[in-house]
Design a protein around this ligand. Structure first.
Ligand code: FE
Ligand code: FE
Ligand code: ZN
Length: 274
């Protein structure tokens, strides 16, 4: 049983979203914990969460992925932006206690010229506070493409963040196939090698979720442009190898490819049928 789904909007609530997920052959999905571009969060409807949780249990869903807002840059060079990001993070930690069970995923952020080390220190500080607010919450750092001053495109950087956090038992990693490829990790020709390197640097047990995306941009381009599965530089075979890899197949996989649920239904079917 492979847990495979896609990113979905929860604007109609969790129950309706879970039903959409089921109707397109998904048994997990990713959602934004709040407006991805702004930061506003919807009020939580406890009855909706309860119905969704029951429905997903009945249909054998795996854990969900709750993705943080893109505006959350914990390592900005501006104090105000960092404070805003920290407020969002801490509020997400509180909210997640009331949402369906989800792994929380966030982008480490961009250091905007301050340097990787300083950026990493800011991220560690924020995570230490987040963990105090909700010690049981799994928090995953997403591996990035390395555009501009993005932190987290190298396994070593992700490792430094985890190691810097005091109570890091519930910290993990979400890898994104598009980001890996554009960051210079060749998951097409050398998936085993990439996973071995991850295991050597971070430890494979920290890997908790995978974003499954094809890439519009070539290998090592440091450009993050997702493509429909099979239409990009990775290709369907590479994606199927990831989803079926013995070291990965227990993890939740979520597509973040262009298009709506009807399009994702086709991609999910293509992957599952191989
Ligand atoms: Fe992401
Ligand atoms: Fe992603
Ligand atoms: Zn991306």
């Amino acid at each position: 049983m492979i847990y495979l789904g896609c990113h979905l909007s929860i604007s109609d609530g969790f129950y309706k979203t879970a039903k959409v997920a089921f109707s397109i052959g998904a048994n997990t999905f990713q959602y934004f914990t709040r407006n991805p571009r702004g930061g506003r969060a919807k009020e939580i409807d406890k009855e909706d969460v309860r119905r969704a949780t029951d429905f997903m249990a009945e249909k054998g869903f795996g854990v969900l992925l709750g993705h943080a807002s893109y505006t959350m840059n914990l390592c900005s060079n501006k104090e105000q932006t960092r404070q805003f990001a920290k407020d969002l993070l801490l509020d997400d930690m509180k909210r997640l206690k009331q949402l369906p069970e989800s792994l929380y995923i966030f982008h480490p952020g961009s250091h905007v010229g301050q340097g990787v080390e300083k950026g990493i220190r800011f991220i560690i500080e924020a995570l230490n506070e987040a963990i105090k607010v909700n010690p049981n919450q799994f928090i995953l750092l997403e591996g990035m493409s390395g555009m501009g001053t993005e932190i987290g495109s190298r396994f070593e950087e992700l490792k430094s963040i985890i190691q810097g956090v005091k109570e890091n038992g519930n910290l993990g990693i979400c890898l994104d196939t598009c980001h890996l490829y554009s960051a210079g990790y060749d998951v097409v020709k050398n998936l085993d090698g990439v996973l071995e390197e991850f295991d050597d640097v971070i430890g494979i047990e920290r890997l908790k979720a995978i974003h499954v995306n094809d890439s519009k941009m070539p290998f090592d381009s440091h450009k993050d442009r997702h493509e429909i599965i099979g239409d990009g530089e990775l290709g369907l075979d590479a994606i199927v190898n990831v989803v079926n890899h013995p070291k990965l197949k227990r993890l939740p996989f979520s597509l973040e490819t262009p298009g709506g649920p009807e399009d994702h239904a086709k991609e999910i079917r293509k992957i599952r049928e191989r």
